[in-house]
Design a protein around this ligand. Structure first.
Ligand code: PEP
Ligand code: MN
Length: 289
């Protein structure tokens, strides 16, 4: 008992379900068969899990090229790398901006991997869109309505991360801003939420992923790196995410995690990422059996 005087069984009937009309474009009923979002030739939500991998931050041309080659060799479908970093502390590494975008483009040319990267402000949308195949809205910006409205009118697909303290309803309403503003190409990303539990960086809401898949037709992927904050948990959380129905994964991989300028503790090295990918194959088969 939690002392709130509500049974657990009553929980699903609360806000989300009674407010279904509130996200009518995102709701499963609007497209019962589900939506496939195409980003740089990769189809997300088409039944095959999509893996996006690369460093938290782009740190140098060599670093992103090495990472791109390694994740491609291990079987990743897309390259991630942050050029604009929303950091909790203003004293932390803030990203290399347009220079990093240019290096991501080099890495894309070298490997053929489409690029997913974050955009943090409406003024940067056109610039980032010129380099990226999928534009990430970071967790801290999920309710940045100026950014959402700008992306709603933009031609690029959007990866919308769940805010660290956002309810499922708030997350789907943020997606609704994109859809109602004219952008149908939205992928949701669960990246862990803030709860009373502080042993891990975040609490990865995998049941929420399964529930969101019931509530919406949009593809939903999982970020087990931010979702756990610990390298050792990234592979098991990835397997669990696919078994529960996620359409893909977003995973941080760094050539030398101990030296990473951001999120080293949750980043895999190349060997770790290859092992993770090898371990996913039976999971994907099992999940689709
Ligand atoms: C990231 O992807 O590196 C990132 C900053 O993610 P989030 O917005 O989920 O914290
Ligand atoms: Mn990160």
């Amino acid at each position: 008992m939690n002392g709130h005087g509500k049974s657990e069984a009553a929980a699903p009937a609360s806000g989300v379900v009674s407010g279904l009309h509130a996200f009518r474009l995102a709701s499963r009923g609007a497209r019962p068969g589900g939506t496939v979002v195409e980003a740089g030739g990769v189809r997300i939500g088409a039944g095959q899990a999509v893996v996006m991998a690369g460093p938290c931050s782009v740190e140098s041309r060599e670093q992103i090229l090495q990472a791109a080659r390694a994740v491609k060799a291990a079987g990743a479908d897309m390259l991630r790398g942050g050029a604009y970093k929303p950091r909790t502390s203003p004293y932390d590494f803030q990203g290399l901006g347009e220079q990093a975008l240019a290096w991501l483009a080099d890495a894309k040319r070298a490997t053929g991997l489409p690029v997913v990267t974050e955009v943090v402000s409406p003024e940067d949308v056109d610039l980032v869109g010129g380099y990226a195949d999928l534009l990430q809205v970071g967790a801290r910006n999920m309710q940045n309505y100026a950014l959402l409205k700008k992306l709603a009118a933009a031609p690029w697909p959007v990866l919308l991360k769940r805010g660290p303290s956002a309810t499922i309803q708030e997350w789907l309403l943020a997606a609704e801003y994109l859809l109602t503003g004219g952008n149908p190409n939205v992928v949701l990303c669960e990246r862990g939420i803030r709860t009373f539990e502080i042993a891990l960086r975040n609490t990865l809401d995998l049941a929420g992923v399964a529930f969101v898949k019931e509530l919406t037709h949009l593809p939903v992927i999982v970020d087990p790196s931010h979702g756990t904050g610990r390298r050792s948990l990234v592979a098991p959380a990835s397997r669990a995410a696919l078994v529960i129905g996620a359409d893909g994964l977003l995973i941080e991989v760094h050539p030398s995690p101990e030296e990473a300028l951001s999120d080293g503790a949750q980043s895999l090295d190349f060997a770790g990422f290859s092992a993770l990918m090898a371990g996913l194959r039976p999971t994907t088969l099992a999940a689709s059996a």
